[in-house]
Design a protein around this ligand. Structure first.
Ligand SMILES: C[S@@+](CC[C@H](N)C(=O)[O-])C[C@H]1O[C@@H](n2cnc3c(N)ncnc32)[C@H](O)[C@@H]1O
Length: 371
């Protein structure tokens, strides 16, 4: 009954909004003009958004962001230092200013804008922007990507070897290193969110499953020095771990090399974390992983799941649009809503689960489950 009303109302509303006479009337009417302008601006942002991303990519890769961060720069200098003609530098700076990456502080003199300043302080996001070259290549024809067999190779599935190559023996060691470095550089913002939302002093030990180079486990151990930590990841990844991480806690995490789809999950930990792991995997293997983790945990122990989730208020563009397309192009996994993860946790045997709010769900959401 209610659903019928809702459909009729949305149908009527969409008919009105889509009517060009109504649009002209709303833009001209002083009472509705502001809303009409905001709506039209939003629509044109959708139309032109890919050029904003390309401006961002050019500003980062040309070195413009770094250059402006070092101090006010003239147009001529910006061009010379970034390998651009003065005309091209002017275009890039003006386009950057339009999306708040740059700001013309006096005629011909440029500094970072507010978004540029925020970006420059975030090494992880800068690394992701550089990495997006692969995603742009896969999305050159988005419909073709959606229509192709999902198992067809993509630039992203070549990069994320565990997603593209199911046989561990055939995986490329160089790519293991490349993706581990990318993850390590973007981990700081995730761990900050988790540490602000969840206290680990109720636990004796933490195993970070799929923990990569150990940035998460090391940061948690630094905040809670009494906690024993461990990392479980593929042997290729952990082989490089010692050279890549600088543990700041008294105890370095214990390394457990293995494949979580083939080997048992190490026991003896009273908390396990899955940070940016579950969404990488399709439903069947993700369910197997949760069951294996449940089996490894004592009754009453905790599982934390931290990753951007679909359907999250304030973060839907990131959860549903960005990660939806990203993971599709990666050929494995999907962003899930918290209640979908909750249902999977219950099926895997977890007694209960709850969502814990994070300050920036656009970076990560958090679920805490009890075995
Ligand atoms: C997206 S990365 C996340 C890394 C880290 N948790 C973070 O947030 O930075 C996924 C991690 O899972 C690991 N991984 C993927 N498949 C695995 C498997 N079958 N067994 C063990 N680790 C695996 C990868 O090597 C990688 O370190």
């Amino acid at each position: 009954m209610l659903a019928g009303w809702k459909r009729r109302w949305i149908g009527w509303r969409n008919g009105v909004i889509g009517n060009s006479r109504f649009q002209r009337w709303a833009a001209a009417n002083p009472l509705t003009r502001t809303i009409a302008q905001r709506r039209a601006g939003g629509l044109f942002d959708l139309v032109a958004g890919f050029t904003y991303s390309q401006t961002l990519s050019a500003a980062v890769e040309s070195g413009v962001i770094e250059l402006l961060a070092a101090g006010p720069v003239s147009l001529a200098d910006a061009g010379k230092r970034c390998g651009l003609s003065e005309e091209a530098a002017a275009l890039l700076l003006r386009a950057s200013a339009a999306i708040d990456l740059a700001q013309e502080v006096e005629p011909g003199v440029w500094m970072l804008g507010q978004q540029g300043a925020a970006l420059r302080g975030n090494a992880g996001v800068l690394a992701m922007i550089r990495h997006h070259r692969l995603l742009y290549a896969d999305l050159a024809d988005p419909l073709a990507l959606l229509r192709r067999e999902r198992s067809s190779p993509t630039a992203l599935s070549d990069f994320w070897t565990y997603a593209g190559e199911p046989d561990p023996a055939a995986r490329d060691d160089c790519n293991t290193r490349a993706y581990s470095e990318l993850m390590a550089s973007s981990q700081a913002m995730v761990v900050e969110q988790v540490l602000a939302a969840y206290r680990f002093d109720r636990h004796r030990s933490l195993l970070d499953v799929g923990g990569g180079y150990g940035v998460f486990a090391t940061a948690v151990a630094a905040a809670y020095p009494a906690l024993n930590t461990g990392i479980f990841d593929l042997p290729d990844v952990l082989r490089h771990h010692a050279g890549e991480s600088t543990p700041v806690s008294r105890q370095a995490p214990t390394l457990h090399p293995g494949d979580f789809f083939r080997d048992p999950i190490p026991t003896g930990y009273d908390c396990i974390s899955l940070v940016r792991i579950l969404h990488d995997h399709d439903d069947a293997p993700a369910a197997d992983l949760l069951s294996a983790i449940h089996e490894s945990l004592e009754h009453g122990a905790t599982l934390l799941i931290a990753e951007p989730m679909a359907g999250t208020r304030g973060a839907r563009k990131m959860g549903d649009a960005y990660f939806g397309l990203y993971l599709w192009a990666m050929r494995s996994g999907r962003p899930r809503r918290a209640d979908e993860i909750g249902a999977m946790l219950n099926r895997a045997g977890f007694r209960d689960w709850r969502r814990v709010a994070t300050d920036l769900p656009v970076i990560t959401s958090l679920i805490v489950a009890t075995a």
